[in-house]
Every structure is written in C-alpha cells, then in structure tokens.
Design a protein around this ligand. Structure first.
Ligand SMILES: Cc1cc2nc3c(=O)[nH]c(=O)nc-3n(C[C@H](O)[C@H](O)[C@H](O)COP(=O)(O)OP(=O)(O)OC[C@H]3O[C@@H](n4cnc5c(N)ncnc54)[C@H](O)[C@@H]3O)c2cc1C
Length: 486
C-alpha cells in the first residue's frame, strides 16, 4: 500500500459505494440493512445498465418480438391468420414505458428510505479512505467500486466512418432498419438479432468464430442457429469483419470468409462484441490498483483490491457479467468490507447460472461438455428431448433439450443445459439442487405438477435412473414374479 496516504482518525461513512447499477445498489442495500452508514454515488442514472440499456429493455423488446412471432404462427394455434399492424417506434416507446415502471425500484427515493445516502455526481477515489464528489471530500472506512462496464468497439478500419449502435444507444432507434448488421454472436448479439429479424429487418449476424453462443455445447448453439436461419437471419459464422466502407452512399462491410472477401451492404450496424470494465477516470490509476489482462479490476477471493479496504464487484470486477452475479458478489463486498476485520467470506462461484433469452432460450448452470473436457472432469450425460413433453405439445413448443452432466455412476449433478421454452425458469430447479447438493434421485422423487414444462426436469432424472437401474436385481425380481405366478 502507498504509504503517502494518511488514514483519517474518524470517518464520515462506513462505506462509500461507487456506482448505482445492480452491483452498487445491492451493496448499498445490504450495508444499510446492517445499519452501516453508507453513501452511494452515481454519476448518471440509478439502476445502471441493467435498467436502462441491458436486461430490462432487451427483455421488453424480446417480449414484443415474440408476440409478432406468435402471430405469424397463427395457423399452428388454429387461427386462419392474425395480422399485426405496428409501428416500430411504438414498440420502442413501450420499452421506455417498461423502464419507467421499474425505475422506482432503483430510485434515490427508495434507497434513501432504506437508509442509504444517495449522491448524484461523479466520484473520484483520492486515497484509500477518501472520495471526492461534487467538490466535496468524504472520508470512509471502506470503498466498494461498482463502476460497471461499457460496450467494446473493435478498431476495425472504417468503423468510425459509418454510424454504429451499441447496446448503450440502440434503444434510441425509432425507425426499423431495413438491413441490419449485428457484429457479434454472443448472448447480447443473439438476443437483439432475433428481435430485429422478427420485426422485419433483414439481419446479417457476423461472427468470426465457427458458431454463435460459442460458450455453449455444439448441438446447443446449433439449435439456436437453426432457428435463426428458419426465421430468415443470415447467420454468418466464420466471417471476420475486416473493413467498413461507404460506397456510393451505401454502407458496406467487408468480411473475410474462407480466404475470400465477402461484401455485405447494410443500413445500420449494431456492435455487440463484448463489454470492457470501466476502470479509468476515477482514481484507480493514481492509487495503483492493478487490472487483469481483460481490463477488469484485480481482486482476491474476498473481492479486495490491492488496497484491502477497497473492494470491487459486478461487471467492473468480473469474471461474470450478469445482474444476478453482480448481486451475488455485492453481498460479499458489503459483508467483507464492513465485517472483514473480524470474519470474511470467499466468494462462492461454484453454482453460477445464466440464460440467453433467444427463442429457444438457452439456460445453463455449472459445467457443460466443453468445460468438463477442458478441465478434464469425468462425466456422464443424460438427456431428455422436450418434443416428447405433454405441456410443450399443448403449447406448440415441443422442441428443445435438457442435458445433464453427472459424476460417473452417481446422481451428483455437475451441470445442466436447457434449450427450449422458458429454459431460464426451468433451470432454477437445478440451480437449487446443485446449491443444496441434491442429486437426480431426489429430483425424480419430487412431485412435479402435470402438465407443466417443469416435468421435463423430472423426466431427465427418470432417464438417468433407467440407465442406472440395478440390472442384476431386476433379473432376480423378474424370476421372483415368475415364481409367484406359477
Ligand atoms: C443488452 C444487454 C442485455 C443484458 N441482459 C442481461 C440479462 O438478461 N440478465 C443478466 O443477468 N444480465 C444481463 N446483462 C448484463 C447486466 O446488465 C450487467 O451485468 C449489470 O448491469 C452489471 O451491473 P454493474 O452494477 O456491475 O454495472 P452497471 O450497471 O454498468 O453500473 C455501474 C454504474 O456505475 C456508474 N459509475 C461509473 N463510474 C462512476 C463514477 N466515477 N462515479 C459515479 N458513478 C459511476 C455508472 O454510471 C453506472 O450507473 C445485459 C447487458 C446488456 C448490455
């Protein structure tokens, strides 16, 4: 630690939280709940990315796009047709209405009532115990950095000459692009690709890797890609964006594909190739707080930075970039900063779930095959095809898969991937099972309501049981029954 900093004798606050996104809000909430004097500083809007440019607007847009997709399937549901007239601007206004409805949950009013002092302003950490905001210096025993991340824009030649959107700005669109390029095949790119395609844009999704959703197993991302193709998306995997040009007033992207140049003309561009942690401009450099190679702040298992009273959580710390992992880390950041001198807790990353809200949804907890192989962890696979499930059939959603990895010969769950309708909800049973060390036998022995999609969870457990049936014992029992008949 830099010895030039003088530690104050007394502090204005127990904790200052820098940034009021998912991570900062939950940190402040917990600190106030345990009666600490906590100050939350936000330079822009309380709620951060999740509320304004992330989870909330994207899920609202997905819902509207799904309505259209269902209307197009009217015949499947027994209707002759269902024509939907719409103005894209109204759909985008609906997204803003949804944000406005949720806004009070993250507001200064709510957090003030919870006992958090909220300050609107840009914070700068001036020493391990002082933070400057609006020209005032506040002293604090601890600091939690929850400054979030921003979309990464790759330095592709010509990209600054064409207008591009990112997940920060796409919500300003009011006119549906005719031809949209989505650069990036990760979750954000996939969710938005499908939305725009469903509204009627011709979307080319450009990804340099061989698959979309590259972190998922091959057949899982193939199911999503297959649906995208069916819905008219040009899925351009193995396409490396090389250059943007404006030719005769038209935007053109040059991609390299199998050694050849491919030209794609487009009207609008959405860049969704990843997010970079916000680590500059608020004192990290001056304090010498190190960052990782991916630019997230370096923290130890307790979320402490190189200054033991300065913690980091959420997107700025990684390794995950989700609202629920930000909230998970926030508990550790709050508790370890306030009580760590007496007892501190290592962050538990053993059961981390996530979902990509495409149609079909993809949800995962724990290991998939790719990761199990990488980590050389032995596994067995059990699957259940959702096309067989009564409720999925009644809902015209009879597609998808549950894939469970277990310890060989045991019912202990190593990881689960679900593809299909409401996968993000269905996975909760496995998250809870893994967290509480419940195996497939117990899931099989649990009553699931008929007819629900959740029954699929029981059926995959049933498939596991069948393949682990005690064969010798069953042979003996068969003989026993034969004997009883004679
Ligand atoms: C399109 C999209 C869809 C997404 N969908 C999902 C989803 O479905 N589910 C999910 O779990 N996650 C989703 N995410 C990810 C999720 O939004 C983020 O993981 C989450 O918002 C991270 O929260 P955070 O608090 O770490 O950062 P942020 O929400 O970015 O908050 C950081 C805050 O810090 C403030 N700040 C920064 N510097 C300072 C400073 N010096 N002084 C004061 N304030 C400062 C910023 O203004 C900002 O408000 C999505 C993201 C995107 C972009």
């Amino acid at each position: 630690m830099n010895k030039d900093y003088i530690k104050p004798n007394k502090f204005d606050c127990n904790l200052i939280v820098l940034g009021a996104g998912s991570a900062g809000l939950v940190t402040a909430y917990i600190a106030a709940a345990v009666k600490a004097k906590v100050t939350l500083i936000e330079k822009d809007r309380m709620g951060g990315d999740c509320l304004y440019t992330g989870c909330v607007p994207s899920k609202a847009l997905i819902r509207s796009a799904k309505f259209l997709a269902h209307a197009r399937r009217a015949r499947e549901f027994g209707f002759k047709s269902a024509d939907v007239e719409f103005d894209f601007a109204d759909v985008m206004e609906r997204v803003q209405r949804v944000i406005k409805t949720i806004e009070p949950h993250d507001s200064i009013e709510r957090y003030s009532k919870l006992g958090v002092e909220c300050i609107a302003g840009e914070a700068k950490i001036t020493s391990p115990w002082t933070v400057e905001v609006n020209g005032k210096i506040l002293t604090t025993r601890n600091i939690v950095i929850a400054a979030g991340a921003h979309p990464f824009v790759p330095p592709i030649p010509g990209i600054e000459d064409v207008t591009y959107y990112t997940s920060d700005t796409i919500w300003e669109l009011r006119e549906l692009p005719k031809r949209l390029i989505v650069l990036g095949g990760g979750p954000i790119g996939c969710e938005l690709t499908q939305c725009f395609a469903r509204f009627g844009s011709h979307v080319s999704q450009v990804e340099m890797l061989p698959r979309l959703l590259m972190r998922e197993d091959v057949e899982i991302s193939e199911m999503v890609m297959q649906r995208f193709r069916e819905e008219g998306v040009s899925v351009l995997t193995n396409h490396k964006a090389k250059e943007f040009l404006i030719e005769n007033g038209e935007n053109v992207l040059i991609c390299e594909h199998q050694g050849k140049d491919i030209r794609i003309a487009f009207d609008e561009l959405l860049v969704a190739v990843g997010r970079t942690a916000n680590t500059s401009g608020y004192g990290l450099e001056e304090l010498g707080i190190p960052t990782n190679s991916n630019k997230t702040i370096q923290t130890n298992d307790f979320l402490q930075t190189s200054h033991p009273n300065i913690f980091a959580c959420g997107d700025v710390a990684g390794p995950f970039q989700f609202t629920h992992t930000a909230a998970h880390q926030a508990w550790y950041a709050a508790v370890n900063s306030l009580f760590g001198d007496y007892k501190k807790f290592k962050v538990d990353y053993s059961v981390i779930p996530w979902a990509t809200f495409t149609d079909p949804e993809v949800a995962r907890v724990g290991l998939n095959e790719i990761e199990a192989k990488e980590k050389k962890i032995p596994y067995e696979i059990t699957t259940y095809d959702i096309d067989d499930l009564d409720r999925a059939i009644t809902d015209e959603e009879a597609h998808g898969l549950i894939k469970v990895l277990t310890v060989p010969g045991k019912d202990k769950i190593l990881g689960v991937t679900i593809v299909g309708e409401h996968a993000g909800d269905l996975i909760a049973e496995y998250v809870s099972a893994m967290q509480n060390k419940i195996g497939l036998n117990k899931i099989l022995g649990t009553i699931h309501i008929y007819p629900t999609l959740a029954e699929a969870n029981k059926y995959v457990a049933g498939n596991w049981k069948k393949s682990h049936a005690p064969k010798q014992l069953l042979k003996w029992v068969e003989k026993f029954h034969t004997w009883r008949r004679n």
